[in-house]
Write a protein that binds this ligand. Sequence first.
Ligand code: ZN
Ligand code: ZN
Length: 214
Amino acid sequence: MGTLQAGVVPVTPFQQNCTILFDAETREGVVVDPGGDVEVILQVLSENKIAIKAIWLTHGHLDHAGGAMQLREALGVEIVGPHRDDLPLLQSIEIQAGKYNITGLQNCMPDRWLEDGESVSFSDHSFKVFHCPGHAPGHVIYYNDAMKFAHVGDVLFAGSIGRTDLPGGNHAQLLQSIKNKVLPLGDDVGFICGHGPGGRIGDERRENPFLRGI
Ligand SMILES: [Zn+2]
Ligand SMILES: [Zn+2]
C-alpha cells in the first residue's frame, strides 16, 4: 500500500471541490462529493487510471450530491453517507437545481447512511466519520489520522465557515460542530473543503474571524 493522495475537480457553477482520494500505489480510491459534471470526473479518473471503490458524500446540497446517482451508475459503486438527516435535501436536489437553472442534476438516494463515530475505508486508508450538523443537518466530515488529513465539506473554509441561511441550517449548531468535532482533531491537521483552497486547522483556530470566542 502507498501514500494517500488527493486531487480536486471543481464541478457545477458553484465550483464545488469534488475530491478524488486515492492510494498512489494501488490506484484505488473514492470520489467525495460528485456534485455534477460527471463526464469531467470520469475523464480525470480514466486519465489517472484510478479505480473507484465508492462514492462518499459530506452532505446533501445539490452542488455536492447532484451527480452522485449518475456517477454511481457509470462506476457501479455504492454511495456512502451522509447522515440520514440530509434525506430531505437529497430528495430536493432537482427542485433546487431548477431554481438555479442548472440541468442534469439528480435527486440522490445513498446506499448507506453514516453515523457519528463509525469508520469508512479504501485500500488500507481508514477515515473516521464525524456528524457535524449546522450547515446541513446531516453533514459529515471524514478524518484520516495516519495522514492528519480531513475532508470537512462545507463545515469550515479557509478564513470562513459554511453558510447557515439554507433550509436546515443553524449557526449556533455549526459553531458547536466546529468546536467539538473539527478543532479537537488538532492544529497540525490539513483539510480540503467544499469550496476554495484548503488549509490547516491550527491556522483557522487562530485566525478565522468566524471562530473568535467559540
Ligand atoms: Zn453545502
Ligand atoms: Zn457547497
